[in-house]
Ligand binder design. Sequence first.
Ligand code: HEC
Ligand code: HEC
Length: 383
Amino acid sequence: MQLRNFILAAFTVLGFAFLVASCTQDEGTLINKTFTDEDYEIIAQHLNIPNDRTEYLNIALPKHMESSGFSVAGGTITNKGAILGRVLFYDTRLSKNDAVSCASCHEQANGFAENAAFSKGFDNQETKRNSLAIGNVRFYYHDRGFMWDERAESVEDQTRKTVTDHIEMGMDSWADVTDKVADSDFYPILFKSAFGDENITEDRIQVALSMFVRSIISKDAPFDRAMVADNNGNGFGVPNSLGDFTDSENRGMALYMNSCRACHGNIVFLGKSSANNGLDMEYADKGVGELSNNSYDNGVFKVPFMRNIGLTAPYMHDGRFQTLEEVIEHYSSGIKNHNNLDALLPAGGFDFSAQEKEDLVAFLHTLSDEVMATEERYSNPFK
Ligand code: HEC
Ligand code: HEC
């Protein structure tokens, strides 16, 4: 018994000593730096990324968003993993003919969506659906799927499908992807920094991309600033009015909370995961119904979040509406009485007055986050 304790204690001390030794060694060369000077020299030939520590995980959230993180979807984020993910996100090497990157269809300035009804893939063929905005994915609930029909269960899964999609990026196999990525002098360094060794694998590419995607957070829109100014803090409620809002924005917010919130969430939190919002009587694209072959799912699509909605035109799964005014007109007078129309929406429409339409649009524009849309840590790192 005593011998066992002794051996245990000896191992503990040894282990601790080893830990301290490896920490000091790391810190000796890498205090607050991502790469060694030698590695950074190679990185800096190709990439515009600072060697000072860049934070992707511990981003200070305003009080009203703090508890929105209670169900962080997917794996964790490391700063070095997200840096690698950022480079991969902007790298056209991930497509068959080096023509497109993730960022081609998810542009930072447009809230990581694209201002085209359909996006052009590697071979100039169009995607079947409108590009979805990316942001605050970290706060998706676990039961929430990705894509317009929620067919991907995680960002990793979505990435796996996109890169080999014959319209989007067109890679023939993931082995081709890892080969192409390995054929560069900076990726081995980035993979070692992110994962501990230079192995470039399919899994690691998907994990790193997902870390970057999950790191993208919108928290600086006028809505957020007004919430902070009013010191709104418990993360669950949004007050009836905000001091920094115009009267029109406040009226729009109240209308939104009445008519839209049950599906689109109260901005701090997400709402319903998917629904039929009465766009058509006959759907050319059946959405979830295409997958399930169940007529109850026809015309059912993911409910997109409203953050940055002013930046992500055109709207709906097929980009049919060019402006927010047209979207509001749909909800006011265009809601089709489809069998699957969600009970939260009145057939025919809400019949908003001209003033109400204006107010709703004014409120939606308070959700555009120009900080996120220009922030360096999310931007194209290639020189
Ligand atoms: C050719 C254009 C194109 C490229 C390239 C592309 N995407 Fe997309 N992305 C789309 C479209 C279109 C959708 C919506 C697709 C659908 O629902 O069928 C989408 C959806 C997504 C979603 C789902 C968002 C949500 O809330 O459900 C994520 C995440 C995403 N893409 C990330 C990526 C990443 C990471 C890459 C690079 C590996 C990438 N995309 C490359 C066009 C593209
Ligand atoms: C029953 C749930 C539901 C309600 C209530 C609802 N929506 Fe929607 N909304 C959806 C769905 C589902 C979509 C995607 C539909 C599609 O593309 O086929 C959508 C799409 C949108 C879009 C386009 C998003 C994008 O990224 O393209 C906007 C903007 C929008 N809704 C605003 C509103 C406003 C404003 C209200 C209140 C007046 C409202 N919605 C009420 C379910 C709802």
